[in-house]
Ligand binder design. Structure first.
Ligand code: AMP
Length: 219
């Protein structure tokens, strides 16, 4: 399987789709947000810095991202393809990613842009809940994505939590950052002829069907 990266606004469903693809094609799902949320819990200077940046909805410094990414993509399980969810997030990171790929002898693969209405995003942001043990994502504003028992993961019984950046105030900034910094990546990758746009206003299953169809069509 070729490598996959996502370009999508906050709460568009890239984490959920990445997990589905990871299970179907047996390639690792690497979420920079998840990596940073672990760093954020560390009792260190960098932990404090990451906590502050994530809570505000801004982007963590590029240099920190580069060392995390290069190390992770060099690991053995990434040799047969991976899904990179959350990186690159701006044009500088995209250029650096080209260099990292060169260095590791890997190819860009597919760039999937999930396109979704802003109104729907705000609803998803406030309803999102995540299992603290297995990372499964729920949404209490969507009947089909609500856990059977309140605040409890259907899969492992773990406790569900709300991310500290999943509130409307932080969302406004995250969405603005997306429009200004991440959105331009669509042009960047369109020119490289690796961009595939998917309608993110559909159900989880419908989005996944569209993604699988494009992956199969452009093998
Ligand atoms: P996500 O889980 O992808 O929504 O990411 C959550 C937060 O982590 C973002 O709002 C940023 O603060 C930070 N983050 C994730 N990926 C990156 C990245 N590639 N560059 C800078 N900051 C990032």
């Amino acid at each position: 399987m070729k490598n996959i990266i996502f370009i999508a606004p906050p709460a568009a469903g890239k984490g959920t789709q990445s997990e589905l693809i990871s299970n179907k094609y047996h390639i690792p799902h690497i979420s920079t947000g998840d990596i940073l949320r672990k760093v954020m819990k560390e009792d260190s200077e960098i932990g404090e810095y990451v906590l502050e940046v994530i809570s505000s909805g801004n982007l963590v410094k590029d240099e920190i991202m580069y060392s995390l990414i290069e190390k992770r993509l060099g690991e053995k399980d990434c040799q047969e393809g991976y899904i990179l969810d959350g990186f690159p997030r701006n044009v500088e990171q995209a250029k650096k990613y080209d260099e990292i790929l060169d260095h590791l002898g890997q190819e860009l693969g597919y760039v999937i842009a999930l396109e979704i209405d802003e109104k729907l995003l705000a609803k998803r942001i406030t309803g999102r809940r995540v299992c603290e043990d297995c990372g499964t994502i729920y949404n209490i504003n969507e009947p089909s994505e609500t856990p059977e028992i309140e605040s409890t993961c259907d899969i492992c019984g773990g406790k569900l939590y709300q991310r500290n950046d999943d509130n409307l105030e932080s969302f406004k900034n995250r969405y603005q950052v997306y429009l200004e910094k991440t959105g331009p990546l669509k042009d960047y990758y369109e020119k490289k002829k690796v961009l595939y746009k998917v309608n993110g206003n559909q159900s989880i299953d419908e989005i996944f069907e569209d993604i699988v169809a494009l992956l199969e069509e452009h093998k």
